[in-house]
Write a protein that binds this ligand. Structure first.
Ligand code: FES
Ligand SMILES: [Fe+2]
Length: 361
């Protein structure tokens, strides 16, 4: 697959492009629904919005994860909101009730309908799988299994034991930008010198190493090799065994389409971005330390979190400004620098998923 050296600006402004993304990408790809730790007890549920039709995931009474369209089989009313725990799923409109395994259990005034096949009116199932401490859904019954879609990343990420990571902060924000603007910003180093010249720029090598894993990619930033840092690396790295690069370099993985993780042995950052129109998105953020972190390891995780919040403020300001500008621009193309190679890859993958070549307007 050829990288794109330029990207049509309409990808950040066009409603019809956003519709195609929903239909051809978000309704067909594996999407993280939640950290699995929010779904441990029978009846625990989370809803997922912005990635194709709304769905929810629930743990059933036998302990299995299930996912369904978030829509009643009577007249389509939305069933669940946010996150929580339920013993059954009840539609608020006319009180149809479903068991956690999706079966329709109760229809008020059933005699008032023409004869109904209750067994065929269960909740519509959606595929659900688990990996890395995350629960994923896929609305395409034909999609390849999650692990094969992740390919070699599964083995590469295994030493980090992502499922052991516990939150320092988890938050959800609505941001005034196209969902891709946030991911683009997080995966290019061309802006470090201008936007972060007082912060991160001084501590990393700005020629990142870029590796492709099918539709996904990894961006590796070399962190300045201070002696004290090497000393610290080995004292704050449980999990493993790690390679030298995993100890000392910052790895950002973009798992197509909308899941970005930034990982070192002692911390994990998670970005997930869901479209909400062309110029708005929902940003699900998490910063994690390893379970049981104490002393230097905990201190380092908290210090990194504080620094990353500072860097994020710098990024957020420029992302907002990008979106306001691009909405006012003429349709044209955005030319990409070598240090924007990850954007080039991401957009080429996007083109393939929505069946376009790079000449679309
Ligand atoms: S729409 Fe759900 S019970 Fe009527
Ligand atoms: Fe940045």
């Amino acid at each position: 697959m050829e990288l794109m050296r330029s990207v049509p600006s309409s990808r950040y402004t066009s409603d019809s492009f956003a519709e195609r993304e929903q239909r051809d990408v978000f309704s067909k790809a594996w999407i993280v629904a939640s950290r699995t730790r929010h779904l441990m007890q029978p009846g625990d549920f989370v809803t997922v919005d912005g990635a194709g039709p709304s769905v929810f995931v629930v743990r059933d009474k036998q302990g299995h994860l299930r996912a369904y369209r978030n829509s009643c089989r009577h007249r389509g009313t939305r069933l669940l909101e946010g996150r929580g725990n339920v013993s059954a799923i009840r539609c608020p409109y006319h009180d149809w009730k479903y068991a956690l395994d999706g079966r329709l259990r109760h229809i008020p005034g059933r005699d008032g309908f023409e004869p109904l096949e209750r067994d065929s009116l269960g909740l519509l199932p959606v595929r659900v799988e688990e990996w890395g401490g995350f629960t994923w859904v896929n609305q395409d019954s034909e999609a390849e299994p999650l692990l094969s879609s992740l390919g070699d990343l599964v083995e590469e990420l295994a030493p980090y034991r992502l499922e052991e990571m516990v939150p320092i902060q988890e938050a959800v924000w609505t941001l005034p930008c196209n969902w891709k603007a946030l991911l683009d910003n997080a995966t290019e180093s061309y802006h470090l010198e201008s936007v972060h010249n007082q912060s991160v720029q001084q501590h990393v090598d700005t020629e990142p190493d870029f590796t492709v894993y099918g539709d996904h990619h990894r961006l590796t930033l070399e962190i300045a090799g201070y002696e004290w840092r090497k000393w610290l690396d080995h004292r704050t790295a449980r999990g493993g065994p790690y390679t030298d690069k995993q100890y000392a370099e910052l790895h950002k993985y973009l798992l197509f389409p909308n899941f970005l993780i930034n990982v070192l042995p002692y911390h994990l950052t998670v970005f997930q971005v869901f479209p909400d129109g062309v110029d708005r998105c929902k940003f699900v953020y998490g910063f994690y330390k390893r379970q049981g972190a104490r002393g230097l390891e905990a201190l380092r995780a908290y210090a990194t979190w504080a620094a990353s919040r500072w860097i994020w403020r710098e990024d957020l300001a420029i992302i907002r400004q990008f979106q306001r500008g691009v909405m006012a621009s003429e349709d044209g193309v955005h030319r990409l620098h070598n240090e924007e190679v990850a954007i080039a890859h991401f957009h080429a993958v996007l083109s393939r998923w929505i069946n376009l070549n790079d000449t679309e307007s």
